[in-house]
Design a protein around this ligand. Sequence first.
Ligand SMILES: Cc1ncc(COP(=O)(O)O)c(C=O)c1O
Length: 388
Amino acid sequence: MSFRFSVRTGWDVGESSFAAAIREARLTGRRLYDLTVSNPTVCGFSYNAATILAPLGDSEALVYDPDARGMRRAREAVADYYRGHGAVVDPDALVLTTSTSEGYGYLFRLLCDAGDEVLVALPSYPLFDFLADLEDVKLKPYPLFYDYGWWIDFAELQRRIGPRTRAIVVVHPNNPTGHGTKAVERQRLEEICAQYGLALIVDEVFLDYSLHRADTEELVSFAVGPHPVLTFVLSGMSKIAGLPQMKAAWIAGSGPEALRREAMGRLEVIADTFLSMNAPVQRALPSWLEARQGIQQQILERVRANLACVEGMGLEVLRVEAGWCAILRLPRTGDVAGELLQECGAIVHPGAFYGIAQAGRVVVSLIGPVEDFTAGMKLISTATRGIK
Ligand SMILES: Cc1ncc(COP(=O)(O)O)c(C=O)c1O
């Protein structure tokens, strides 16, 4: 009998042609300008090593005394973080996870049976496909449209709701569009969730990275009530404190009391099955949260500088309100990312990577070192200048 793997892992695991082209370009020794770097730990930010590492040595972490939801002290620190955002979060309605990805996994298991559906925005975060596959959940994309800012196409969203739909995912502010969900949109989402019996899953990892544009609504956390429907807010250290390597995140549950209690009880059992959080990280989490401003200010300054650089070159950037990246609209069609790599050694994400169908869109990270970013952007500007 021949061997058979699970259907859910039947991905094409080969190297994409774009990844192969980058690998080959690197082998030639040619100077490349990687405009996709989104790992803050390699972008030249100044981290306070003592503040970050010292709490990991807390000897109390030698005792194994697990709490399925995560250590109380860490959950209280997270509740404190939300207090700063004007939200009252009950530490007992929090579950700590190693990442928001793990949080999605827990929530998909909580809400969905195999074959059930979850609505996600398009364009959005590409990892959703894999997170859904792993939990046997089907993703149904709902389109966002761009009209001097990004908006949810509610007619299409509603059209995609079926008998197996269980939840709507919102990334607030969204990656890669860098826009927040407006108050009227939140209200409409909640009405729809109430009407169809759906949960709302809100990923707020970039919440603290608003550019505070004068012509934009301020970002308000979905943790701020009231919560007419079952709502789960996800966030964590990877963006809030620029510490993706520490693996600490959470799910904050809210909603009608009985429903929320039932949800948190079930989530606790899921978390208890894995007990994936380690003790030193949970002990350190309060001090990382407390020190977050130091890294957030550096990242925001970098984002502003890089955004000003690309806008100053006359390249068309779709309006960014928040977050770490930007979508460029280049006067080209075809394989723009592949061409830019060949022509000028600039590495950008093809728009298709995020589900952007329109031609000429590429996505760049705004947190890379300013010099490299500027040099890469100049090359892109020169390569595309005059082609309209
Ligand atoms: C929208 C969004 N959510 C979550 C994550 C990852 O968070 P974590 O490291 O906690 O899984 C990312 C990473 O880029 C992201 O863009």
